[in-house]
Design a binder for this molecule. Structure first.
Ligand code: NAD
Length: 781
């Protein structure tokens, strides 16, 4: 080709990255790897092949762990935990800092190995994956240094099992290992079977920096190894990133085990473009959103929602840009899209595209050549119906589906028309519109006029079936710590010897439930008799059933405008409840004494104080502006979860009831509450207090009945977003198992709690009642 022809066509020449150092590293291990346990490599019994997907060549043989290998790794992590947790924050910081430095020193080797193993373009592994890996260790070295001061009152959880997918092997490893180690935990990590190599190179870095043996352990193998980690009794927490289906299995497998759990799952993220957007920038952002890493990105902007008035123009610009995308050898520095991770994944993408076509979508691909083998061209699907398979299912490939909308409300409705809630992008030059959409779209991250922004200082994680828990930022640290002090109940207080004054009580009072702001009869009309402390009959309550719970959930969902009421208003209403309760304090005290035989006046006073304090928190448990590198702001907004099911314990029937309801509604949730089964009358007496305190209908719904009959109904209900359960171990297990359906958040307590204790209220409760949404808002002229 002559120089003038080159100027004419602007063809790229080859710009290959040298793979020799990475190949030499593989050779130095004889292209065969064992597990990394207790600070050294141990050989495995069986091995499988790790393949370079771009060339179809075997890179190395990787050990397939057995349950016995997992045992040994967990035991090593347990031994190491004893000393690592006692290591000062400063010393832990020095180790994390040293890891970050070594990552930088080995950055090219890490990047090339990642590209060989995964098929992603070297441009991405070199410029994004590896720098972000280093950044996570630097950032969390900082958190380790600040541990004693900033996390006073918390301690590490213990041995953490971490399971990661193949799409960002190093990045996912960093998101997991850095915060876990910073907080004093030790880990057993399982990389994805397709991409284990860089985790093994990282293990060598751990040796180089002198990380104590057993603090990081890496066991390799297929899903069964992950399952063995999940079930292992020596593991205190599971941190999982992967598909929603496997996340659901893990939720069920860990139910009732007492293991903490965080799940970072799939997505089908909307990319919303309004007519006043900077369209060229929006096209550029979209190319990054859906074709980055061949679209194998959990938060890929895979659903383009474009305003009807500009749809044709925008799609035309997009097609022009897509024609320029270069698909090819991932080691070529001028390539935009590399290989799909495996033939199986490629076949899955292709099958979904064909299904889209069969369901009526129009498929468009650029005319430029896509190499043969494990490659897939950037693909655009138009004429897509919102309910079609390709609009709902995570394709996990370079496939964009397109729909149009007319109004902002329609855009938000379409954006939320998914079971996922991982990320979203909004393009508009109108900042008010952008922020309004950002708050209304159900997603853990919202990028405004930008996309794919990540940083260690900002949390990342899902709403809805995209999972729960955050990685990064201060919010991510709480996934790896627990409160040092649990407000466990000591010996129960002595019964008051003075006879209980019988309150003005009519035994034949009609038992009712409190749903949608009204006292309503239970569906079946059955009642439960409530015993007094002295064995006499104290009264009756309605026996709620499945139908009553469904009605209550509907009422709670119908009251969702509570979430957008002002925190000041929510505070005022909580104060008002306290005021009305105080006015009737003697009556409530008598009722408590009648049911429990204990000093009711103290419990009523404690309940009033608790209401006051949650009223105070309502406008103070707020978000942050994270110190990310972007020019602009990253807003960490604290949002309610939605409809919460609250199952109250029997201890302190009034105080515990309010200790659950007050934080939930202070944060903007609506609640369906099952009060103490043994002593429910304090809750039913509250109906009138709630009615006279301006609590909007449906914000608090109370269904009396048998806790362990009603708990699974709430836990399985698809329109309940979180369940708090305070009861038996068997009940907790059922709640956690049933929650797997829509992957609602659960918080279960099986130990009796001293509800009068100072730490039976506060941030722990507020955190469980909220989720953090990070909104990225760039600044510039
Ligand atoms: P996957 O769920 O099949 O596998 C993920 C990991 O889990 C692998 O290490 C696998 O070996 C292991 N595993 C498989 N079955 C298991 C079981 N029964 N018990 C325990 N572990 C098991 O997911 P994938 O196909 O490797 O990855 C793609 C998925 O990951 C996508 O859905 C993507 O959205 C998601 N993802 C999410 C995030 C996030 O931050 N939310 C980030 C990256 C990827």
């Amino acid at each position: 080709m002559s120089v003038s022809e080159i100027f004419d066509s602007l063809e790229y020449g080859p710009a290959p990255e040298d793979a020799a150092p990475a190949q030499a590293w593989l050779e130095s291990h004889g292209r065969r790897f064992g597990h990394f346990i207790d600070g050294r490599f141990v050989d495995g019994r069986d091995h499988f092949e790790s393949v370079n997907p771009a060339r179809g060549e075997m890179l190395a043989r990787i050990a397939q762990a057995t349950p016995a290998d997992v045992d040994v790794a967990v035991a090593a992590a347990r031994r190491a935990f004893a000393t690592w947790r006692a290591t000062s924050g400063h010393d832990r910081a020095r180790h994390l800092y040293a890891i970050a430095r070594q990552v930088q020193k080995n950055s090219r080797l890490l990047a090339v190995l990642e590209t060989l193993d995964n098929g992603k373009p070297i441009r991405e592994s070199r410029d994004d994956d590896v720098p972000t890996l280093a950044r996570h260790f630097y950032h969390h070295a900082g958190w380790a240094a600040l541990f004693e001061r900033e996390l006073a009152g918390y301690e590490p959880i213990g041995v953490v099992g971490q399971i990661v997918p193949w799409n960002f092997p190093l990045l996912m490893l960093a998101w997991k290992i850095a915060p876990a180690l910073a907080m004093g935990n030790t880990v057993v990590l399982k990389p994805a079977e397709q991409t284990s190599l860089t985790a093994l190179l990282f293990a060598e870095i751990c040796v180089t920096v002198g990380l104590p043996p057993g603090v990081v352990n890496v066991v390799t193998g297929e899903g069964a190894v992950g399952a063995a980690i999940v079930r292992h009794p020596g593991i205190d927490k599971i941190a999982f990133t992967g598909s929603t289906d496997v996340g659901r299995e893990i939720r069920k497998a860990t139910a009732g085990s007492g293991k903490r759990l965080s799940l970072e799952l799939g997505g089908k993220s909307p990319y919303v473009v309004f007519e006043d957007a900077d369209l060229d920038s929006a096209v550029e952002g979209l190319v990054d959103a859906i074709f980055y890493n061949q679209g194998q990105v959990c938060c890929a902007g895979s659903r383009l929602l474009v305003q009807e008035s500009i749809a044709d123009r925008f799609v035309e610009k997009l097609r022009t840009r897509m024609e320029r995308i270069r698909v090819g050898d991932p080691l070529d520095k001028a390539v935009d899209m590399g290989a799909i991770v495996s033939p199986a994944q490629r076949a899955r993408i292709d099958a979904l595209v064909k299904q889209g076509a069969s369901e009526g979508a129009t498929v468009w691909q650029p005319s430029s050549r896509c190499p043969d083998g494990c490659f897939y061209p950037p693909t655009l699907l138009t004429d897509v119906a919102p309910a079609s398979t390709v609009a709902q299912v995570e394709i996990f490939g370079p496939v964009l589906v397109t729909m149009t909308f007319r109004t902002p409300a329609e855009a938000v409705a379409l954006a939320n028309n998914t079971r996922y809630g991982l990320a979203a992008t909004v393009w508009t030059e109108t900042v008010g519109l952008a922020l309004d959409c950002a708050r209304k779209i159900q997603a853990g991250t919202v990028w405004v006029n930008c996309t794919n922004q990540f940083d260690a200082a900002s949390g990342f994680g899902g709403y809805r079936e995209s999972g729960f828990g955050r990685e990064g930022g201060r919010e991510g640290l709480y996934e790896y710590v627990k409160p040092s002090h649990v407000p466990a109940l000591g010996a129960p207080p002595e019964a008051d010897p003075t006879p209980a004054p019988v309150p003005s009580l009519r035994i034949d009072r009609t038992p009712k439930l409190f749903i949608g702001g009204k006292q309503v009869r239970p569906d079946q009309g059955y009642a439960l008799t409530v015993a007094a402390a002295d064995g006499a009959v104290a009264g009756e309550v309605g026996e709620g059933n499945r139908k009553d719970i469904r009605n209550a959930v509907e009422a709670a969902r119908g009251a969702s405008s509570w979430a957008s009421s002002t925190p000041h208003l929510r505070a005022q209403i909580l104060y008002y409840i306290a005021e009305n309760l105080a006015a009737r304090a003697p009556e409530f005290a008598g009722r408590l004494r009648q049911q429990t035989g204990r000093d009711g006046a103290a419990e009523v006073e404690a309940t009033i104080q608790r209401l006051f304090r949650y009223a105070a928190w309502a406008d103070k448990f707020d978000g942050a502006v994270h110190a990310t590198p972007q020019k602009g702001v990253t807003l960490a907004a604290v949002e309610p979860i939605g409809v919460m099911g609250l199952l109250a314990p029997d201890e302190a029937p009034l105080l515990a009831f309010v200790s659950l309801v007050a934080p939930a509604i202070a944060m903007g949730n609506t609640a369906v509450v099952v009060p103490s089964e043994r002593h429910p009358l304090s809750a039913t007496d509250l109906y009138q207090v709630l009615e006279t305190s301006d609590v909007p209908a449906g914000v608090v719904n109370i269904v009396t009945g048998r806790r362990d009959v009603l708990a699974p109904v709430l836990a399985a209900h698809e329109d309940v977003d979180a369940v708090w359960y305070f009861g038996t171990a068997a009940g907790a297990k059922t709640v956690e198992t049933e929650s797997a359906g829509n992957l609602k958040r659960t918080w279960t307590w099986t130990a009796a709690i001293d509800w009068h204790a100072a730490d039976a209220e506060g941030p722990e409760f507020l955190r469980e009642a909220t989720q953090v949404k990070n909104i990225w808002l760039p600044a510039g002229e």
